[in-house]
Design a protein. Structure first.
Length: 246
């Protein structure tokens, strides 16, 4: 994170004519910025539904013990060909009512994440919501061998960029009266942000949609990014502040 403030200096211009007026108008303005750049938030490994933690009556303060799915080595954790931080990715293709003739109810058209392989005693039982299976559900009575979070299994980077500009206007005897004018802007670059995809139940790729703008937009289901009513977005905003001190 980087932050700083710069105050325009008093220019040594002539005390006569327009140069004096220009010096008064330009000097003492303050420009500040707070910039933060970091890696995307980690996406949690999906949790097994083999009921082992319930049978053992285990719990943790956060709301229940965890038993992660097993990671299948060498398989992409995202949908094939999808990179959440690529400059070429078009998120709108997953929100349209039809994608290449396939409705959004089809997980292969709506999910951003690679699906899971159901291993519950049935050899070869595969229910992947996308073309590639990245997860294997621990068999009944077994613990998963994967960490709760994996390095590299992250969502989009979310820069935070804020800018402000302001000035104190002093007047009166001994400059005892001050009018402070300040403008503050959040997400000054107007970047588009998206919520992280749902990471629950990769073995049951049920997609739920919502009618919006004449389209059926997916908003729940494994690997789905909810965009209904602008969910996850933080459009550029600004605030103008004025203060009089006497």
């Amino acid at each position: 994170m980087v932050s700083g403030t710069y105050t325009l200096p008093r220019f040594g211009l002539s005390n006569n004519g327009w140069q004096k007026v220009a010096a008064i108008l330009v000097r003492d303005w303050q420009v500040g910025a707070v910039l933060q750049y970091q890696s995307g938030a980690l996406i949690g490994v999906p949790q097994s539904n083999n009921q082992l933690t319930t049978q053992l009556a285990l719990s943790v303060p956060a709301g229940g013990a965890v038993n992660p799915w097993n990671r299948i080595p060498g398989v992409s954790l995202f949908k094939q060909g999808f990179d959440p931080n690529s400059s070429n990715v078009d998120f709108r293709q997953y929100s349209a009512s039809v994608v290449n003739g396939v409705t959004t109810y089809d997980p292969s058209a709506s999910s951003y994440l690679a699906g899971g392989q159901a291993v519950n005693g049935t050899t070869g039982a595969v229910t992947c919501p996308v073309a590639t299976c990245a997860w294997s559900n621990p068999a009944a009575g077994q613990w998963g061998a994967t960490s709760t979070y994996l390095e590299g299994y992250r969502w989009r980077r979310r820069p935070s960029e804020a800018l402000n500009i302001g000035r104190n206007f002093r007047f009166g005897k001994e400059n005892r009266y001050v009018i402070n004018v300040r403008a503050e802007f959040q997400n000054i670059m107007n970047r588009m942000f998206y919520s992280a995809p749902s990471n629950t139940a990769p073995q049951t790729p049920t997609i739920t949609t919502f009618s919006q703008g004449g389209m059926q937009v997916p908003f729940t289901g494994y690997g789905v990014v909810n965009t209904v009513n602008g969910a996850g977005s933080s459009p550029r905003s600004g605030t103008l502040i004025g203060r009089f001190t006497f």
